[in-house]
Design a protein. Structure first.
Lengths: 185, 75, 375
């Protein structure tokens, strides 16, 4: 049974070179999409029902508040992990005109509702933030969401201040708090 | 063989260079299914490791498996 | 006599043991209990604990410690020609322990994951040591992932008779490309290059004929290549299908095809059941020939059926259980998973299997139980 004309060693070297080339090629950063909301421009509005009740809410309704829009899902472990930190942020800044709006994008809301109930039981208090449900994933589409989860800081005038792709770590949480303080001034 | 691998590789490279954006076929918010165990490449890690050992002592082949398991990419 | 058979559980080639994470690595502990039985009177009971610990935002430590309790009947030496009398040295029931330990450090930041580590195992007839490193880069919003892994082992036989060399080393390189094709389908391509050097036969394999007796001897290097493709697709909301194919070939002229099909289905929110079928076939090594045809002058001798053409079939069932809160109050239901599997495989008939194990085909069963808990 023949092994082909290339020696195994040259095939390994060739594969290695190809791999490095492909990595370098794919590392080229992708450009921004047309219509993608950018810092300094108005954040796209939305009208959504609550996750736990049918009461609808729009971004416009929150004008005058500093808003942290957090897009999450119950299937996203990092999203669930950062929920406790976000609740603490809400408790810290809520009295000063800050609203955390957590938009769930599960295909079906039941597991998100289950998670929130367990979260309430564990933290032994009602989450003091706004929970909305986006069945059609309109918010992530309008915001061109580039990672799960992603949070958007929106100021009192409804202007997008900053985008935070991925879950918060200790250091990015400090950056967020500084940005909230600034927006609340 | 050498030439075939090279040609295939170059084709892939051209495709990736010109179409990196086209390789985004699933948006981050559409990855719900990939978060499920049954959509991972090896849903049962322990079985994958053990059976690889079993087959390596019962058959004369190896390789072709990968540690990368897919997932929802939630980070 | 037990020394003869324990090397059975020495892996042929390096196993991929590096973890690569699609999500952030997590603090977690997994308790594993593996069991293997076959009609060649081999039994392995293998409990293990695997632990992953976050050291900082970017560094993670992983470790796995296990014990394999191997019970194995001694292989039988008998003449290749049934007409001649031979020695039957079977004993059966020898128990030995093998202790595998692995340790790895993972760096994970943004789109890059780098893991490096080592593996050590000890058993009475074999010492295994290996180092491994793997790098994965995710790109295109996690739609594409490219990975590269290297491993090298520095193993030693502890034989009961002189070998041409006690050393056995293996090197492998794996290249992987993963691509999402739709919200319900992903594909993965893997290329593996494998190289082994040293004493590559089982030191215990012995050919006994009326005319002469000889130990198995293989070439002292082996180079292999494997190409694999895996496709995972969601057939409908509760059902996923996995299709894997692997083509393997090496410079001993062994060539094999492996096809694996798996189907998983959500039975409820806390139970996933699955079934699998795997087919394997291989051709023979160029130096393998009918046992009766070997002569004392043959430099290379194969006794092991794995150097000959044969097929095998495997069927199995799997279950993934996520306990509900009412079932397991003490633990957070989100953090616990129980994964179970049971598989039965059988090879085609082969005279070398008859020679080695006194049965015309090998049939075995392996089961795994893994309890995963996020810390």
């Amino acid at each position: 049974m023949g092994m082909g004309s290339a020696s195994p060693r040259s095939r390994v070297h060739l594969s290695l070179v190809m791999f490095i080339l492909v990595v370098l090629t794919c590392t080229v950063r992708t450009v921004a999409f047309a219509g993608m909301p950018v810092a300094g421009q108005p954040a796209p509005d939305f009208v959504l029902p609550g996750l736990l009740d049918a009461q609808t809410l729009s971004l416009k309704d929150l004008k005058g508040n500093v808003v942290l829009l957090n897009i999450w899902a119950s299937w996203c472990t990092s999203c669930k992990d950062e929920m406790e930190d976000l609740l603490a942020v809400q408790e810290q800044y809520g009295p000063r005109g800050f609203s955390l709006v957590a938009v769930n994008i599960d295909n079906a809301p039941s597991s998100a509702v289950d998670f929130m109930k367990r979260f309430e039981n564990r933290s032994k208090k009602k989450p003091g933030f706004i929970l909305l449900y986006d069945r059609d994933k309109k918010v992530p589409k309008d915001y061109f969401q580039r990672g799960m989860p992603t949070s958007y800081l929106i100021d009192r005038e409804g202007i997008l201040r900053k985008t935070y792709p991925g879950s918060f770590s200790k250091s990015t949480l400090d950056t967020l708090k500084t940005a909230i303080e600034e927006a609340l001034k | 063989m050498n030439r075939t691998v090279l040609c295939l590789g170059l084709l892939c490279l051209i495709a990736l260079t010109g179409c990196a954006e086209k390789l985004i076929m699933v948006q981050p918010y559409e990855m719900e299914h990939f978060a499920q165990d049954k959509m991972r490449f090896t849903p049962l890690d322990a079985r994958a490791a053990f059976e690889e050992h079993i087959y390596s002592i019962r058959e004369a082949s190896a390789g072709g498996s990968s540690g990368f398991q897919g997932g929802c990419g939630c980070r | 006599m037990s020394r003869k058979v324990l090397a059975l559980f020495v892996a042929c080639m390096l196993l991929p043991i590096w973890p690569v994470f699609a999500e952030k690595p997590r603090d977690g502990i997994t308790y594993i209990f593996d069991l293997y039985l076959d009609n060649g009177n081999n039994r392995v009971i293998a409990p293990a604990v695997s632990l992953s610990k976050k050291l900082s935002d970017t560094f993670y430590l992983g470790t796995k410690v296990g014990v394999d309790a191997i019970t194995s009947a001694t292989k039988v030496s008998q003449p290749a020609s049934p007409a001649a009398g031979g020695e039957d040295d079977s004993e059966g029931g020898n128990i030995s322990l093998r202790v595998p330990v692995s340790l790895s450090l993972t760096y994970d930041r943004d789109d890059d994951t780098l893991t490096a580590g080592g593996y050590y195992s000890y058993e009475r007839t074999y010492t295994g040591r290996s180092l491994f490193a793997a790098y994965t880069r995710r790109m295109n919003l996690n739609n594409t992932a490219l990975g590269i892994g290297f491993s090298k082992s520095f193993d030693n036989w502890i034989p009961d008779h002189p070998l041409s060399t006690d050393r056995r080393s293996e090197r492998s390189m794996d290249l992987t490309a993963t691509q999402l094709l739709s919200p319900k389908m992903s594909v993965q391509f893997t290329y593996s290059a494998l190289r082994s050097d040293g004493f590559l036969a089982q030191p215990t394999d012995q050919l006994v004929t009326p005319a002469f007796t000889a130990y198995a001897q293989y070439p002292d290097t082996r180079r292999g290549n494997a190409y694999a493709v895996r496709l995972v697709t969601l057939l409908n909301d509760p059902t996923s299908l996995h299709v894997n194919y692997r083509d393997y070939r090496d410079d001993w002229h062994i060539r094999s095809d492996t096809v694996n099909l798996e189907l998983y289905r959500d039975i409820s929110s806390s139970v996933v059941l699955g079934g699998r079928y795997r087919y394997y076939r291989q051709s023979k090594a160029y130096f393998a020939k009918d046992l009766a045809l070997y002569t004392p002058g043959d430099p290379l001798i194969a006794v092991d059926y794995r150097m000959y053409a044969f097929q095998s079939n495997t069927v199995g069932v799997m279950a993934i259980l996520k306990p509900s809160r009412s079932f397991l109050r003490r633990f957070d239901a989100d953090k616990v998973k129980l994964k179970l599997s049971a598989d039965v495989f059988t090879t085609s008939r082969h005279e070398n299997i008859q020679y080695q194990y006194h049965t015309d085909r090998l049939t075995g069963m392996f089961t795994t139980i893994a309890l995963e808990y996020d810390l």
